[in-house]
Ligand binder design. Structure first.
Ligand code: GRF
Length: 211
């Protein structure tokens, strides 16, 4: 890390194991802040333990659109205060408005625990000729199991207005095993996701491809 490090703000809602991988690495980039949207997010503890500015901004009235709008503005202001070169949604479980996305356009990436195409397609051909449904949304691991897919994976993509759609930066397939549970499959996916997010953030910090 240098004074002129590439500045990364990480958004978390849950356990934060991907955040931890980023905190443990910090090669060519610096995690300058962690923002959580729920007080129980274990990622908060990880940020604090790493001595990184960590802010919890709970969304208290998710169904009240005015309150939600005001909350988003605060989240955006807090992120902007850290002047990030890159914002990483690492298990951030809130869908943000197009206004928010526009504010961090071209410098915000998301992790999704399934294979995604970079357009809005509903199915996706695999290299071996199989065609699988595209699984978007908050229950991608559970849905892959319920659909009986042979394979799923993880994707890192740029965030655009549409949820779980956006130019793909990296993607890895993960086979689904016959005795997989949601927990076992998600953990195998995360084992792939952690080094992948580190690799992508390192590459973006080096300017390839430009954030
Ligand atoms: C990851 O599987 C990510 O793809 C999804 O949420 C999970 C976050 O895991 N969006 P963790 O909180 O980093 O352990």
């Amino acid at each position: 890390m240098t004074d002129a490090a590439f500045r990364v703000v990480v958004l978390v809602s849950g356990s934060g194991s991907n955040l931890q991988a980023l905190l443990d690495d910090q090669t060519g980039y610096e995690v300058v802040a962690v923002v959580a949207d729920r007080s129980k997010a274990a990622g908060i503890e990880r940020g604090l333990r790493a001595n990184v500015a960590t802010v919890c901004l709970p969304l208290r009235h998710p169904k009240d659109s005015e309150a939600r709008h005001a909350w988003e503005e605060v989240v955006a202001r807090v992120i902007a205060a850290f002047a990030p070169d890159l914002v990483v949604m690492a298990g951030w479980m809130r869908v943000m408005s197009s206004r928010f996305v526009a504010q961090f356009a071209d410098r915000m990436i998301n992790q999704h625990p399934a294979l995604l195409p970079s357009d809005g397609a509903a199915t996706m051909p695999l290299s071996d000729g199989q065609v699988i449904p595209v699984i978007r949304g908050a229950h991608a691991v559970r849905d892959a199991l319920m659909l009986g897919l042979p394979v799923t994976g993880c994707t890192i993509h740029r965030v655009t207005e549409e949820v779980d759609v956006g130019p793909i930066l990296a993607q890895v397939r993960v086979p689904i095993l016959p005795d997989d549970t949601e927990a076992s499959l998600h953990e195998r996916i995360k084992q792939v996701e952690r080094p992948l997010i580190v690799q992508i953030v390192r590459e973006l910090a080096q300017g390839s491809p430009a954030p």
